[in-house]
Design a binder for this molecule. Sequence first.
Ligand code: HOZ
Length: 431
Amino acid sequence: MSRKLDRSRELQKRAEALIPGGVNSPVRAFRAVGSEPPILVRGEGPRVHDADGNVYIDYVGSWGPLILGHAFAPVLEAIAKAAQHGTSFGASTPSEADLAEAVIQAMPAIEKLRFVSSGTEATMSAIRLARGFTNRKYIVKFEGCYHGHSDSLLVKAGSGVATLGIPGSAGVPDELAQLTLALPYNNVAAVEEAFKKFKGQIACVIVEPIVGNMGCVPPAPGYLKALQEIATRDGAVLIVDEVMTGFRVAYGGAQELYGLKPDLVTLGKIIGGGLPVAAYGGRADIMNKIAPLGPVYQAGTLSGNPLAMAAGLAMLCHLRDNQAEIYPRLDRLSSDLVNRILDAAHEAGVAMTANREGSMFTWFFTDKEVTDWNTAATCDTKKFGRFHAGMLDAGVWLPPAQFEAAFLSAAHTEDDINETVAAAREALAGL
Ligand code: HOZ
């Protein structure tokens, strides 16, 4: 390793004495890539800076929300302005309806929504609501999809769970896990079969419409429509988890790309402009079951926090007003980046395939086309780890795990792409 990491190492050691693994989210410990985590101190546009002064072109973007790059001025200004009036009230403020209206205008499937503070809260609450609405207890999820860390959803999950090689989590009672039917992604027959076996007992199907958490895996043609049809036929609720894809793959999210009208949608990341905001929303008859209107309980002191609402609104307004320019450019630059690194890998004799939808993508260290968890699991994760380390040394910050998606932002330039491709050539040559 050519970079200096002395200060990062010191800071990590200090954190390890105080916080499990020194991190507040497991993937950040870099265990999946077998290297030491640089500690970040600053972000600016497409770049992040670590505590030792190393600078990296960033393709994580806080795991998706920073679609306009780090420290985007209108978002910072909105936060500063809101903060002057106070940081939290635990009471309603006008900005909640402002952001709700912006989201609802972008996504026709959402008639009403409720803000929460994290994607985990959004999916957990949507599942409870689906169960409360249908009076049924089984849920269907897909292997390799990750919907946060609530008990019912940590079954054959992707993201950090897949990376650490644990199928679920200790602490989730078997009795609860048994109510989660985990099926292979992109396989309609498996869903038909489950609905036949558990007819009238499945509350909901929850899906990442484009999976980000086993790496980026797009849906097969017709797959999402088939899920919608099967769920509707049996009276189950379809929850499309757009925490990653919402406002990312298109302004209207994957729903817009694939012409879907889900019953419920979960959102996060971008709608908070980099602050902790998430939401669940959908059909009004379902949403009206939430307290205080209905019997399904869900609450939160920081829900709808005014700083976070202001940040989210500034980001959505910018995306809405500039969507005709932003999304095609993101697509073009991402396509260029993904294909050139794929070509470089093949020239270097490295087995690699890639998946991409707009500005979310993954390079998989396998010669198999990755369409589900079984094919994702064929990746050479050790080789990915060495590639990841080589990229860091060359000044490029990629997700520190094979089973995560990378993201490009509107702040990246063609020069950044050229620099990244040159770094990849170097890293691939060293494998
Ligand atoms: N599991 C998250 C991405 N899929 C990572 C969150 C984080 O470490 O910040």
